[in-house]
Design a protein around this ligand. Structure first.
Ligand code: NAD
Ligand code: MG
Length: 381
């Protein structure tokens, strides 16, 4: 039995994760859940599953939260201290890192410090502080298992050969809702259009990231740190059906892929049951019907965010933290209607170019630059 805490349990990954836990009661037991502000959703999760802890991270809600809405078996905690408490609890074996944005870093960090297995959906943590996070996991002997579908696919395909036999990995991308458009056709797109992802149903931030292809940029950086790859070992191909989740090409030219319908419950489950595989509630491919799978190179002119990802992966140092924070702030402003769609990558490029580059920053340096970059984006109109 693995005892699981789900950080960000009310989100898209979080709710998919709870479905996986519900489907495997003999293997997985839920001990902790967290939400930022949607405490009523959290209370409902507590009522139906009775975890030991529920954390509301938005401290200002402490007065509003009704104790009676939660299961009597659940202790309610508040703020980042609550996250730290469950991420470090001896009763927890696996921490699912499913908070969105750099806000997910703290819980992931504490879980790794305590040698927990971390199933990581929160790619921003690796973008901000990849080398420090990987180093911490190594020191505490903590396992860091990917949940992001592309990285889960690469993780699975890598098991076919040895690390020194890998030529490169090829991340697939759906291309998002604006695949095929030119840069000038992207100027007037609305929030609603950008949020309508063709193959995945996800939280708002990652949906916008998919529309700009910043999501793939973040994933290039994530792959670099997670798998210890050189820059020239990472490519991206657009595959609108989202069935092939990524490829690993070995030195002899063999290419191994992982395939499944777009359904996050599969990579989530694999991270939770690894190295075992078991029956899954995730959708299965239907081999009885004709189908076509299409692949094409990405359009870096229309989607300059992707180019930023390759550059930031190559430069490393403080670049990941600055790119991530600028993007989070720009996406927030786009969703609020105060920034245009094409200004998202533009603002990121400008903030990145202005920052004081340091090749070997500390965690404190990165957190300081995160605050600075967010502030810089407020100047964009
Ligand atoms: P979401 O917006 O649906 O959910 C986010 C969760 O984080 C919620 O539980 C929310 O309460 C919590 N949260 C938000 N702000 C917080 C804060 N400041 N402090 C603490 N908790 C906070 O997001 P999502 O789509 O589930 O994505 C979560 C993470 O997983 C992201 O890093 C995303 O890139 C990654 N991811 C998501 C998908 C997907 O299919 N949704 C796929 C791959 C990777
Ligand atoms: Mg992904």
């Amino acid at each position: 039995m693995r005892h699981v805490a789900v950080l960000g349990s009310t989100g898209s990954i979080g709710t998919n994760c709870l479905q996986v836990l519900d489907s495997l009661p003999d293997r997985l037991s839920l001990v902790g859940i967290t939400a930022h502000s949607r405490w009523r959703d959290l209370a409902e999760q507590s009522q139906t599953r009775h975890p030991r802890w529920a954390v509301v991270t938005d401290q200002s809600l402490a007065q509003d939260v009704e104790r009676n809405s939660f299961s009597p078996k659940t202790e309610i905690l508040f703020g980042e201290a609550g996250i730290e408490r469950i991420a470090s609890a001896p009763e927890v074996d696996v921490v699912v890192s499913a908070i969105v944005g750099a806000a997910g870093l703290r819980g992931t960090w504490v879980a790794l410090e305590h040698g927990k297995t971390v199933a990581i959906a929160n790619k921003e943590t690796l973008v901000v502080a990849g080398p420090l996070v990987m180093d911490l996991a190594k020191r505490t002997n903590a396992a860091l298992l990917p949940v992001d579908s592309e990285h889960s696919a690469i993780f699975q395909a890598l098991q076919v050969g040895r690390a020194n036999e890998v030529r490169r990995v090829v991340l697939t991308s759906s291309g998002g809702p604006f695949r095929g458009r030119t840069l000038s056709q992207l100027k007037e797109v609305t929030q609603k259009e950008a949020l309508a992802h063709p193959t995945w149903n996800m939280g708002p931030k990652i949906s916008i990231d998919s529309a700009t292809m910043m999501n793939k940029a973040l994933e290039v950086i994530e792959a670099k740190w997670l798998f210890g790859l050189r820059d020239d070992q990472i490519s991206v191909v657009v595959h609108p059906q989202s069935v092939v989740h990524s490829f690993v090409e070995f030195v002899d030219g063999s290419v191994i892929a992982q395939l499944s319908p777009p359904d996050m419950r599969l990579p989530i489950q694999y991270a939770l049951t690894y190295p075992d595989r078991c029956e899954s509630v995730a959708k299965k491919l239907d081999w009885g019907r004709p189908f076509d799978w299409h692949f094409e190179p990405p359009d870096l002119d229309a989607f300059p965010a992707l180019q930023l990802g390759f550059e930031v992966a190559s430069r490393g140092g403080t670049c990941g933290a600055v790119l991530n924070a600028a993007n989070e702030a720009a996406v927030e402003r786009f969703l609020a209607g105060s920034l245009g769609f094409c200004d998202i990558p533009r603002a990121c490029r400008a903030v990145l170019d202005q920052h004081d580059f340091d090749p070997t920053p500390s965690l404190d340096d990165l957190l300081r630059l995160d605050r600075w970059a967010r502030q810089e984006v407020t100047r964009w109109t």
